[in-house]
Design a protein around this ligand. Structure first.
Ligand SMILES: O=C(CO)[C@H](O)[C@H](O)COP(=O)(O)O
Length: 211
């Protein structure tokens, strides 16, 4: 089980500060969608250059032009690029092909997919690297969580690795670990803490114990 730190509400200098603080305890650093919107793929490039030993995920949430957008994120140094499960198979196939060409990986975000079980099976057959259940900020605000959905993909996904994101905190981490996803994505659960390093260390320790 790997730990991914999601950075959503920072600029590039702030991102570097946070990663510097927690780098010993995370496997992957996510450049979140709002950061890419604000700063462009330069954010991916700068973080990869500053922390070459960490994997960098570009959360582009690609919905169209899969191959082209994966090519651009790959050029910027991303190791993993996100595509939305709700999009067309042809976009996912294009993204997968381009990623393979460049030695990169594709994480498919299943945010807002209505028939999760059926779509997860379809996406799993397209050769993607990760399938991720995700409760976005707007649904988190309405009290939703991704835990039940994680059990669903653990049951039906046979080829891809599984991942989970959406409001995971220290208190809910044991429940997540119990389901044994391959990748646990935490944003505010770490970045919202005064002592981010201590929180990342505690989470990493729990994940290690449950692996
Ligand atoms: O992709 C995202 C929002 O669309 C976030 O990066 C993801 O939800 C993780 O952050 P948090 O733990 O704060 O929910």
């Amino acid at each position: 089980m790997k730990l991914q730190l999601a950075l959503d509400l920072v600029n590039i200098p702030e991102a570097k500060e946070v990663v510097k603080e927690v780098q010993d305890y995370i496997d992957i650093v996510e450049i979140g969608t709002p950061v890419v919107i604000n700063e462009g793929l330069r954010a991916v490039k700068e973080i990869k250059e500053a922390f070459p030993s960490l994997q960098v995920l570009a959360d582009l949430k690609i919905m169209d032009a899969g191959a082209y957008e994966v090519m651009k994120a790959s050029e910027a140094g991303a190791d993993i690029i996100t595509v939305l499960g709700a999009t067309d198979d042809s976009t996912i196939k294009g993204a997968v092909e381009e990623a393979k060409k460049n030695g990169k990986q594709i994480l498919v975000d299943m945010i807002n997919v209505k028939d999760l079980e059926q779509r997860a099976k379809e996406v799993d057959a397209l050769g993607v690297d990760y399938i991720c259940v995700h409760t976005g900020y707007d649904l988190q605000a309405a009290g939703e969580s991704p835990f039940e959905q994680l059990n669903t993909i653990k049951r039906v996904v046979k080829n891809a690795k599984t991942a989970v994101a959406g409001g995971i905190k220290l208190a809910t981490l044991p429940q997540v670990i119990e389901a044994k996803p391959d990748l646990i994505i935490v944003g505010g659960g770490i970045t919202g803490q005064d002592d981010k390093r201590a929180m990342a260390a505690e989470m990493k320790q729990l994940i290690g114990a449950g692996a």
